[in-house]
Design a protein around this ligand. Structure first.
Ligand code: NAG
Ligand code: NAG
Ligand code: NAG
Length: 415
């Protein structure tokens, strides 16, 4: 009995040695150390592998080299308790994010739910984020490293990642690809350009808040910076400023630290992000703010940001080189990706509360798909307070989105 109590005491001490870092309400943060509404959340403290292991999974780190020498990291979640069916799933994050966004909300995170359901879960990390700053022979300190766009991620990194995953897991059929936001733009561009090849790799695309062109966006930030990004890239791509969106840039470090500094800044940052980009969040969740700003903004390049904002002007198009389009593409405008060509089934989840990727843009995307791509339909979330980032960070994401996704995945298992 004494031993039992001692063990408990020891356990309690260990638990409490992890200092509170999140609270239920912003006001609670003023007394965070002693307030019973505050606790320790590993996702507000650690990076992707740290979060994965602290939830009792093992993690494997895999490096995949793209055709132009950029090396991206894939994290594979290993569920040691899982009697798995082990269908491979690749989760691909959005703009200025990382694979950590799929393990951000504890045991209700999509990455963990899928691992628990017996899937072989791989978290992608686009080139240039904190986990994927490598290249065969180019240092990320070199400004040349930061001259890449979304098409490079799509056509040079993604195909090799899909091949690699199928090499490592060859017994369990094709990959289910799940994307959020920009992680859908890459899937749609690749699927439109190489429909037959993609069909060999991918069984199903599941696209959450899909960026398939955002001409109806209500995001003020996207609309305001779109006209300037061409000039910004032209002026700065060969200067040190080309690195300014990297994970370790002064600007990004400042945003991440200020936005976790104190409750006033936290709530300010969340509100600014919601107002300028993602859409309103009616259930303002103070406990997720330190998690969000532990993970965002992650690193990317200026041309990636430019191409993403060009989706407002142009829709889902190849990189816009301005006057050089004629030389590159033989036309004044960059070509649009024709999503009707995609043959793999696509399931779309979208929300009426998302300002970045609006209901209208998601429905336009869906309507352009071929009949065979539409067989599993779409899922509209009717909650006005469920915004662009809530697909990853909301407590309600499981009930509003993930349960639906897992249900669909289970239903196509034998297909
Ligand atoms: C998550 O963990 C909590 C606390 O251990 C538990 O009550 C809950 O059922 C778990 N949820 C899921 C989806 O596993
Ligand atoms: C990197 O090095 C390899 C050989 O080591 C070479 O073939 C390749 O062209 C180099 N790539 C770049 C981008 O310099
Ligand atoms: C898009 O692809 C579909 C299917 O191949 C084709 O019918 C349609 O004409 C294409 N649209 C454009 C604008 O090229």
């Amino acid at each position: 009995m004494i031993r039992y109590s001692l063990t408990l005491l020891l356990f309690a001490t260990i638990v409490h040695s992890e200092i509170n870092n999140v609270c239920r309400n912003y006001i609670d943060y003023f007394t965070i150390q002693t307030n019973p509404n505050c606790w320790y959340d590993v996702a507000a403290d650690k990076n992707a592998p740290g979060i994965i292991t602290s939830y009792g999974y093992a993690v494997e780190t895999h490096k995949v080299t793209g055709s132009d020498g950029y090396v991206s990291t894939l994290f594979r979640i290993i569920n040691n308790n899982g009697a798995g069916r082990n269908v491979p799933v690749l989760l691909q994050h959005g703009l200025i994010a990382s694979g950590a966004s799929f393990v951000a909300i504890g045991n209700k995170s999509l990455g963990f739910l899928l691992a628990d359901a017996g899937y072989d879960v791989w978290l992608g990390n686009m080139r240039g984020n904190q986990y994927s700053e490598e290249h065969l022979n180019l240092s990320s300190d070199n400004i040349k490293y930061w001259n890449y766009n979304i098409d490079d991620i799509t056509f040079k990194d993604l195909p090799n990642q899909l091949k690699y995953i199928l090499q490592k897991n060859s017994q369990n059929g094709k990959i289910i690809y799940i994307g959020h936001s920009l992680g859908c733009a890459t899937a749609l561009s690749f699927g439109s350009s190489y429909p037959k090849e993609v069909e060999k790799f991918v069984k199903l695309f599941i696209l959450m808040a899909p960026d398939g062109g955002v001409t109806h966006t209500k995001s003020i930030l996207l609309r305001v910076i779109t006209p300037f990004m061409g000039t910004v890239v032209k002026l700065f791509i060969n200067t040190e400023i080309a690195k300014s969106l990297s994970y370790h840039s002064t600007v990004n470090e400042l945003i991440r630290s200020l936005c976790r500094q104190n409750p006033i800044f936290m709530s300010l940052c969340s509100n600014i992000l919601n107002f300028l980009f993602t859409g309103p969040q009616y259930e303002m969740d103070a406990s997720i703010s330190p998690v969000v700003f532990n993970q965002l903004p992650d690193g990317t390049s200026l041309p990636v940001l430019k191409q993403a904002t060009d989706h407002v002007r142009l829709g889902l198009s190849a990189y816009d080189y301005g006057l050089q389009n004629v030389a590159k593409y033989g036309s004044l405008q960059p070509p649009l990706y024709n999503v009707t060509k995609i043959e793999v089934p696509i399931f779309i989840a979208y929300s009426v509360g998302d300002w970045a990727v609006t209901e209208k843009d998601s429905e336009n995307l869906y309507n352009r798909l071929s009949p065979q791509a539409k067989i599993y339909g779409k899922h509209k979330i009717e909650a006005k307070g469920f915004n662009h980032n809530d697909f990853l960070y909301a407590k309600t994401a499981k009930t509003l989105v993930y349960d639906k996704i897992v249900q669909l995945m289970e239903s196509v298992r034998g297909v």
